[in-house]
Write a protein that binds this ligand. Structure first.
Ligand code: GTP
Ligand code: MG
Length: 189
């Protein structure tokens, strides 16, 4: 576990020019809107309200940086695939994400979160391609596993047995050690 007091919110950026200097290693969390990115950050940091969790999709519209142990950054980005934002807002988010991934950052790992009730989408596949292109290792995290039956979970485990994968629920104490192990592999590498 990351110590409760070792995580602090650093800053939020709405525009590319607000991105902080890339001085520390970064682990970025991506996924469709509402899959539970912010909930995973809170669980990793053992905090209830470090990252804002919303009941409606599209809550995280900025890139949020959290500093861990003064040593590395967890980066929460806006969820993709949420069509209800205005065109202008979607264009801003697009430009922000593109600037983030194309700037000279020190991204050491990408966590791609997928709702366990759904399968990987085209947009998730696109993120896997971006990770491959940028030579960033990734981990697929199936979230909300409390919402699926055991046999469905077993099927997912079999289907993704040859991929870097973890299974998580924000409601049950499962998944965090495996996800942290992976993160610490990246951070130390
Ligand atoms: N049952 C269940 N609900 C969850 C879990 N994780 C998140 N949720 C709920 O799903 C909703 C979205 O969670 P967030 O953590 O805000 O998701 P997000 O990916 O950050 O969403 P955006 O910032 O809007 O893209 C909230 O209502 C959470 O309480 C989980 O493991 N199980
Ligand atoms: Mg969020």
């Amino acid at each position: 576990m990351i110590k409760h007091n070792a995580c602090e919110f650093l800053l939020s950026c709405a525009l590319p020019e607000q991105l902080p200097e890339a001085n520390l290693q970064e682990v970025v969390l991506v996924g469709k809107s509402n899959v539970g990115k912010s909930s995973l950050i809170n669980a990793l940091c053992q905090r209830k309200n470090l990252a804002y969790v919303g009941s409606a999709p599209g809550k995280t519209t900025m890139i949020n940086f959290y500093e861990i142990n003064n040593h590395w950054h967890l980066v929460d980005v806006p969820g993709y695939g949420y069509a209800k934002l205005s065109k202008k807002e979607l264009a801003r988010i697009d430009a922000l994400m593109s600037a983030y991934f194309h700037s000279e950052r020190n991204i050491v790992g990408m966590i791609i979160i997928v709702d366990a009730r759904r399968d990987i989408s085209e947009l998730d596949d696109m993120m896997i391609d971006i990770a491959a292109h940028l030579e960033i290792p990734y981990l697929l995290v199936f979230s909300k596993i409390d919402k699926i039956r055991r046999n469905k979970l077993a099927q997912l485990k079999i289907k993704y047995v040859n991929q870097p994968v973890a299974f998580f629920s924000a409601l049950q104490p499962v998944g965090i050690p495996a996800i942290l192990d992976k993160i610490y592999d990246w951070i130390q590498a």
